[in-house]
Design a protein around this ligand. Structure first.
Ligand code: FPP
Length: 227
């Protein structure tokens, strides 16, 4: 396919509804969601995408019941172990976007280990948005610039002070489950992103669904404010 986006960001929504539709606990939906992430990493790489960002846990998600937060952190910890192994074979690079506060020490330890171990990898870059909020990211950037003594701040200054300044802005943002909003995700970086919304629930977002989204993107005309 022509016109493959360099960077695709995913709002992985609908795990709970997927589980409810099967009479299962929400945890089963998140497990199926993690399985979909595993497949996505392979499929995105095969499609020629260079960066993916996954909205895994927002800073508003701390409001969820304690049991669900524990389940998500456990699943995340397990997924990090798997990524650690697979990145040796597929040469993928791992980065995290978000605040470190409130994350369990074992998760932080794994993040640091994998980030360091994969820093030189040249394959797909996988960015996990974890304990992430876009307004917080922009506020953190502005505060960092003020602490550095800046009196006047430019757009480039803010871009350079975000959590992952080296990642290009997402060309395409995909949200599953029929919801059509950004939910405090990449507000700065999404200025010229294309959006793709699908009613498909995240655990069902497979290779065919990714290809559909890429075909829609390929047909879009991006003008970046020009004519
Ligand atoms: C939204 O579904 C999904 C999340 C809050 C978390 C995303 C987590 C995963 C896909 C699993 C693990 C992630 C990784 C990176 C291994 P929801 O619970 O809001 O669904 P609902 O709106 O149907 O209730």
């Amino acid at each position: 396919m022509n016109n493959i986006p360099l960077h695709v960001a995913f709002i992985m929504d609908g795990n709970g509804r997927w589980a409810a539709a099967r009479g299962k606990a929400r945890r089963a939906g998140h497990e199926a969601g993690a399985e979909a992430v595993r497949a996505l990493i392979k499929n995105a790489e095969a499609a020629g995408i260079k960066f993916i960002t996954l909205y895994a846990f927002s800073n508003e998600n701390w409001q969820r019941p304690e049991g669900e937060i524990k389940d998500l952190m456990r699943l995340l910890s397990k997924s990090l172990d798997e990524f650690d192994k697979t990145s040796r074979e597929n040469n993928a690079r791992f980065l995290v976007s978000g605040r470190r506060d409130r994350l369990p020490p074992d998760v932080l330890k794994k993040i640091d280990k994998i980030t360091a171990a994969t820093a030189g990898n040249k394959g797909l870059t996988v960015i996990l948005a974890l304990n992430y909020g876009a307004r917080q990211e922009i506020t953190d950037a502005v505060n960092a610039l003020m602490s550095a003594g800046k009196k006047n701040v430019t757009e480039d200054d803010i871009s350079a002070a975000l959590y992952n300044p080296a990642a290009p802005d997402p060309d395409l943002i995909i949200r599953t489950s029929g919801e059509e909003r950004l939910s405090n995700f990449l507000l700065w970086q999404a200025a010229y992103s294309e959006f793709y919304f699908t009613p498909v629930l995240w655990p069902d977002f497979d290779k065919a669904e990714l290809e559909k989204a890429l075909a829609v993107y390929a047909a879009r005309k991006r003008k970046f404010g020009n004519i």
